[in-house]
Design a protein around this ligand. Structure first.
Ligand SMILES: Nc1ncnc2c1ncn2[C@@H]1O[C@H](COP(=O)(O)OP(=O)(O)OP(=O)(O)O)[C@@H](O)[C@H]1O
Length: 713
């Protein structure tokens, strides 16, 4: 359908604004200018015609953007809160300065029908807006357009249909309606837990480890049981009429080793499931809330602490900014996201979005597990919540303030070490895991498979819920996605095209985003886009392929090293400040055919290896017997100093690398020497203090199910 619209609007554009015909230039800014021109032209025409022209233009742009939903564009005109305030003042629009948003009166509701006088929320970071009364949402440019239209026409308000829902294609609309029918079907064929016979209800409670959650609480939150799959059903009520908008199904399965795993499925699916479970029970006058990472936790808090509580839709993996308006009313937000380090890290990151000064964080620990476990073990909830730590930290701290942090790290060494790779156990043994806030520099000979390898390394993490952003400047996103999809499916999909949809559907669920850049880029633009993505999607891992594309096209013969140092410094700062891991691919210096690369071979000065927390080298052995053979060498590991090398076998059909141990290629685990002893730039062979050979069995490759953003607890 949108092709049809595009055709129609192309004609319109040809007349009104030919310079915007190039699809890459479609943007809200383009619509805005186009709209203004249309208004100018149509100033004599009746209102309906003007709005139609406006809508038509918007339709195309929004459909275009929606198509590229997992791509992250550079915000056309990065906006600051000062700009927004200035604009509102210039239009005489009164606003309230909230925590994450500015609040204005809704422009989509007739003044006489406005329930809440300041129900339109403008995100201070992005300018994105949401009207809570009508659920109209859009970009800052959309809002400006609407305000301009109102001013031009001298209207008090606009119809909510101006922006609502029209961006959907027929297919999308059909899909949405199908999902809504599915939601209704599940909801109406499930039974309230409290209506089950007592023994059956008890069995279910045991299965989900919620024996301490009372029937009153279950009833209050309207939890049901979907019998065909024995799943708990958590409803999502939303909108001005608090109608049913979606459901989340939680199912339990026992594993071979007698453990129970929990799986979640949402309708509508993951990306559009934007529910704060429990929100319908929050009163308009409530000023305090406990934010949890799971529906069961929210019920536990509500029951044991008697406080309003809401759960994040995708647990600790993200806090979508679209939910921020719903949390604006609270003067105090206690984040109790779980009982592990990952929850603790997430609570620190989310509190920045929520506004540090109103947030306090429950530090995980032996006496502070996640709420549902705390309820099961009879912990004192009010004590835990009262002893939560204010999120606004001072820049100078004493050890007294740090001692709990240090203790937490000592207690949870495995979690502190980061997310483990499922496909590269040898890398886990050396690096221990993938940690937030670190900078990894990766190099290897030209054409040796750097992109292919990093693609699999990042995919592995992404499949475990690490929100990932790719900046691929060398190969385009379609090619990159094709490589990743092949690695994900672990087979040549060209030969099994009938399976394409199956794998693509699963792949689509991954928290994976791509920057839309290609070729040479300005470092500031790239960093701004990364910052934007961190805010929008809680990105934990950014991959830049490769640094040479930020060095500019001009001849940098004089100070190219200084430029590179500046860029590396900027990425280092970004990784630290945004608590986000950055993997930077850098070309090596000119290689000599018969020598292995080393840290000093990284192109540029020593800055790259000094700033990096990890240095990884893809070694290419020119073996006649085994031409595809590569090894991965870790030459720097700031976390615990272990360095080493292990061989990789390339499987061409799936573009994957199998870490293997064959013949002479055994894992060499080497305890590193101090960083300052590294023979940077000297070409000296690295000294080895201690060397031990660890026998590693060939790891069988099993494809783990793709992460759906749904956690199992
Ligand atoms: N171990 C390997 N053996 C043989 N071919 C490989 C291997 N790894 C990757 N390839 C293939 O080599 C080609 C180049 O790979 P890739 O683009 O990942 O290399 P690169 O090091 O990133 O290249 P560049 O130096 O140009 O950035 C691809 O077609 C890829 O499928």
């Amino acid at each position: 359908m949108w092709r049809g619209l595009l055709k129609g609007t192309t004609c319109l554009l040809q007349v009104a604004a030919p310079e915007f015909l190039h699809p890459r230039r479609f943007s809200s800014h383009c619509v805005r200018l186009l709209t203004q021109r249309l208004f100018k032209w149509n100033s004599e025409a009746p209102l309906g015609c003007q709005t139609k022209g406006y809508l038509l233009a918007h339709n195309v742009i929004r459909a275009y953007k929606k198509d590229a939903m997992s791509t992250v564009e550079f915000p056309m005109s990065p906006i600051t809160v000062t700009d927004i305030k200035q604009y509102l003042r210039s239009k005489d629009i009164p606003f309230l300065d909230g925590y994450s948003c500015l609040h204005i009166q809704s422009i989509f509701v007739d003044a006489s029908a406005r329930k809440d006088s300041f129900s339109l929320f403008i995100d201070k970071t992005t300018g994105q807006f949401l009207c809570k009364d009508t659920l109209v949402e859009g970009s800052w440019e959309d809002l400006q357009d609407c305000l301009e239209v109102m001013q031009t026409d001298g209207q008090d308000f606009l119809s909510s249909r101006v922006l609502l829902g029209y961006h959907e294609s027929a297919e999308e609309q059909e899909e949405r309606e199908r999902e809504l029918r599915e939601v209704q079907r599940i909801w109406s064929s499930s039974v309230p837990l409290t209506d089950l016979p007592e023994d059956e209800a008890q069995l279910i409670k045991v299965m989900f480890q919620i024996t301490k959650i009372s029937n009153t609480t279950l009833k209050k939150f309207r939890v049901r049981l979907f019998k065909p799959t024995k799943s708990l059903v958590f409803p999502w009520f939303g909108g001005p009429d608090s109608s049913l908008k979606g459901v989340k199904l939680l199912s339990a399965q026992s594993t071979d080793d007698d453990k129970v795993t929990y799986n979640e499925v949402t309708f509508p699916k993951c990306n559009s499931y934007c529910n704060l479970f429990g929100l319908h029970l929050v009163g308009r006058m409530d000023l305090e809330v406990v934010l949890t990472g799971h529906e069961l936790d929210t019920m536990a808090v509500s029951q044991a602490a008697g406080l309003p509580s809401v759960a994040l839709p995708r647990g600790v993996s993200c806090l979508p900014p679209v939910l921020l308006p719903y949390l604006e009313q609270f003067k105090r937000v206690t984040l109790w996201l779980g009982g592990d380090i990952r929850s603790w890290e997430a609570s620190k990151i989310f509190s920045r979005k929520l506004g540090l000064r109103r947030c306090s964080l429950v530090r995980p620990g032996e006496y502070r597990p996640c709420p549902v476990k705390a309820l099961a073990s009879g912990k004192n909830f009010s004590h835990i919540i009262k002893s939560s730590i204010p999120a606004a930290h001072k820049s100078i701290v004493s050890f007294k303030q740090l001692r709990e942090d240090v203790y937490g790290e000592l207690m949870n060494t495995d979690q502190v070490a980061g997310v483990k790779w499922a496909r590269f156990p040898e890398l886990n043994r050396i690096l221990k895991g993938h940690r937030k806030g670190e900078l990894t520099v990766f190099t290897g000979p030209t054409g040796s498979g750097k992109t292919t390898f990093i693609s699999e390394l990042a995919l592995d993490l992404c499949m475990q819920g690490v929100n990932t952003l790719w900046g691929s400047f060398e190969i385009n996103n379609v090619r990159l996605a094709k490589i990743m999809l092949t690695q994900f499916a672990m087979q040549r999909l060209e030969e099994n095209l009938e399976q394409y949809d199956f794998w693509a559907d699963k792949f689509e669920e991954l928290p994976l985003y791509f920057m839309t850049f290609h070729g040479q880029q300005n470092i500031k633009t790239v960093l701004d886009t990364m910052q934007h993505a961190v805010y929008m999607y809680d990105i934990n891992h950014v991959i830049i392929d490769n640094l040479q594309f930020m060095m500019g096209q001009e001849n940098l013969s004089v100070d190219k090293f200084a430029v590179q140092d500046h860029i590396i410094g900027a990425f280092r700062k970004f990784a630290t400040n945004s608590t986000c891991h950055v993997t930077l691919i850098i070309h090596p210096r000119k290689e000599e055919d018969d020598r292995e690369l080393q840290t000093a071979s990284i192109f540029g000065s020593a800055k790259a290896s000094q700033e990096a927390d990890n240095v990884l080298i893809l070694q290419e052995k020119k073996l006649v017997t085994c031409p595809g053979r590569r090894s991965l060498q870790v030459t720097k590991n700031r976390f615990d100093g272990d360095v080493g090398i292990f061989p990789l076998d390339f499987i061409k059909s799936s573009l994957t690398f199998l870490s293997s141990v064959k013949g002479k290629h055994k894992l060499r685990k080497v305890t590193s020497k101090p960083e300052n002893e590294e023979a940077e730039g000297t070409g000296k062979k690295e000294e080895v203090k201690k060397e031990k050979v660890t026998k590693t069995a060939k790891t069988p490759r099993t494809l783990k199910g793709p992460a759906t953003g749904n956690e199992s607890k």
